[in-house]
Design a protein around this ligand. Sequence first.
Ligand code: NAD
Length: 289
Amino acid sequence: MTERTAYRVGLIGADIQLSKSPALHMREGRAHGLDYVYELVDISARNVPESALPDLLSELEERGFAGTNITHPFKQAVIPHLDDLSEDARMLGAVNTVVFSDGKRIGHNTDWYGFHESFERGLPGARRERALLVGAGGAGVAVAHAALKLGIARLDIYDQDPARAGRLAADLNGRFGEGRAAVAEAPAAVLPEADGLIHATPVGMPAHPGMPVAADLIEPRHWVADIVYMPLITQLIATAAAKGCRTLPGGGMAIFQAVGAFRLFCGREPDAERMSAHFAEMFNAEAAA
Ligand code: NAD
């Protein structure tokens, strides 16, 4: 049997025209000698409603796609349209990668892996006794799972919607053991005792400018990880770096979720260093423009 060398994959979501995923995947595909095409399937650009999701999945399957990434607002909504889920996706209740194989649609989650890898590489040796997570939405759930896998002994979770923080803390305690996660009433109640801060809300993006916690709560001994990566250096990361904190911008998570998805789509081991360098090159080119 000849080896497959042509792959067509997608990203289904809303307002995704600025996504770096097509460039990131396609250049890596070329480096492997593949005919690898990554197509944006943007419901905003196509002007179709969210209810079009099942038709979009069928369309990509019929066109012979190997799979598709899934982003906002479909990471949970896609689940009823799949045949099976990986253990991670089932546990997190969210899917960011669907593989089409032998007529079946299998959902995976590479977001948590993305944060895990990024943290291991970007903050080696960071103290992990206690950390504050701000944001318990779709991304926060994946990041919280990664945080406990990383060995953070206790994760306090703050969300402006306390019920979300409560659900996530209960899930984590069920999965990792009682006492590993708790709801924080406010960042100020936890940060003085915490080693680090993980930020997982949209605050810091152009549409949501500002800081997710008051600047004076951040101390030089804290490490600070943001998952927002547009812009790459958020106000939170800039403020923390200026105070002398160790910082982890959100780009690493974006790169490593793509590393995981590439591996699932074509079964080849991507070169994470090469993808990281390409990602940095794209942002540097934008900054210089
Ligand atoms: P979401 O809408 O599902 O969840 C956001 C959560 O933050 C909600 O629970 C909301 O109540 C809470 N929140 C919002 N503003 C808050 C505030 N000021 N204080 C406390 N809580 C607040 O969004 P999501 O899918 O979880 O994504 C969040 C952000 O993560 C996105 O904007 C994106 O920038 C980033 N993200 C990055 C990556 C990556 O690979 N680096 C991946 C996914 C998402």
